[in-house]
Design a protein. Structure first.
Length: 176
């Protein structure tokens, strides 16, 4: 497996303070996660809230996604400084990333996960390429949106009931 998918250069970096000087860790090293990482992410996303007078354990989906992304991080590096590894990385520190850098890390985590699926034979190389190269519209040969579901036939069979949003257009359209 190519190690370059595990290393990502950030645009803004992870802000930190070393010796009273602000620095930004702009390189992140990623890794594949395991079941323990998923369990840790669930624990990080859990919150106890009082609902109807009873303490209730809730898990935030957004916080879980961010925590699992953080568990993909092996370390942040900056030339000449000590690494920030998983042993000291927490959600508060991870939350200092810009939303754009977080998005870049999430996208790279997807590539890492899909590469693992390819390596284990869960998807084919053609499927992997299709996911990351975009899909081609079979009628026009262009990359872009495709007519799926009822979109191509909306209104074609006005006399037949259609489920979902097409039904609303079928019954509200008039031919005058």
């Amino acid at each position: 497996m190519n190690d370059s998918i595990f290393i990502l250069q950030l645009l803004d970096g992870l802000p930190s303070n070393v010796g009273g000087k602000p620095v930004k860790y702009k390189t992140v090293h990623l890794r594949e996660t395991n079941v323990n990482d998923e369990l840790t992410a669930v624990q990080l996303a859990e919150r106890i809230k009082t609902i109807n007078g009873k303490p209730t354990l809730l898990v935030s989906d957004d916080l879980y996604r961010t925590a699992l992304t953080m568990r993909h991080v092996e370390k942040f590096t900056c030339s000449g400084l000590d690494d920030i590894g998983q042993d000291v990385l927490d959600l508060e520190m991870f939350g200092r990333l810009t939303t754009y850098d977080l998005q870049r890390i999430e996208e790279r985590c997807l590539v890492v996960s899909m590469a693992a699926q390819l390596r284990y034979g869960l998807i084919t190389e053609a499927e992997f390429d299709q996911i990351f190269a975009g899909t081609t519209n079979t009628t026009t040969g262009q990359i872009g949106p495709r007519a799926e579901g009822q979109a191509a036939a909306v209104g074609a069979d006005r006399d037949q009931d259609q489920p979902g949003p097409a039904m609303l257009t079928d019954f509200t359209a008039t031919n005058t």
